[in-house]
Design a protein around this ligand. Structure first.
Ligand code: THU
Length: 137
């Protein structure tokens, strides 16, 4: 019996196969779950000009937002050199800022090595004292 968290991690792991990372060879997979239970996967997508590359987390979030989803429960993230996941892959600062736009402080970020070995952190733990939509209200 796999838990909901394990299923989300497995979806993130499956995304590693789609990662386009010819420059860093660091493959990342993510899967985000909406409040209404839908799951969107994402992978990192690099670019020869480097700057236009996109992280797995933002690919997943932007896929969801572009389909009308703006309320999220949690995200699972996996990553590693050559797609071999040996350690946790915490989200970069830009991805934390994008999460801050759509997610509440208690949004769960699942950092996984595999579907049995993972830890759950909140957005507030990873991104405290942040700038968000409320500042512009
Ligand atoms: N990367 C992600 O996809 N997510 C992160 O949170 C960290 C970094 C990607 C970007 C780049 O394609 C590769 O990992 C190496 O930085």
């Amino acid at each position: 019996m796999s838990t909901e968290e394990e299923k989300l991690i497995e979806t993130a792991m499956n995304q590693l196969a789609f990662s386009y990372a010819p420059y860093s060879d660091f493959k990342v997979g993510a899967a985000i779950e909406t409040m209404d239970g839908e799951i969107y996967g994402g992978c990192n997508i690099e670019n020869a000009a480097f700057g236009p590359g996109n992280c797995a987390e933002r690919t997943a979030i932007f896929k969801a937002v572009s389909e009308g989803k703006r309320h999220f429960k949690r995200i699972a993230i996996v990553g590693g050199k050559a797609g071999c996941v040996r350690d946790y892959c915490p989200p970069c600062g830009v991805c934390r800022q994008v999460m801050r736009e759509f997610c509440s402080p208690n949004f769960q970020i699942i950092l996984a090595k595999n579907s049995k070995d993972y830890k759950v952190m909140t957005l507030n733990e990873l991104f405290p004292e942040s700038f968000g939509p409320d500042q512009l209200a």
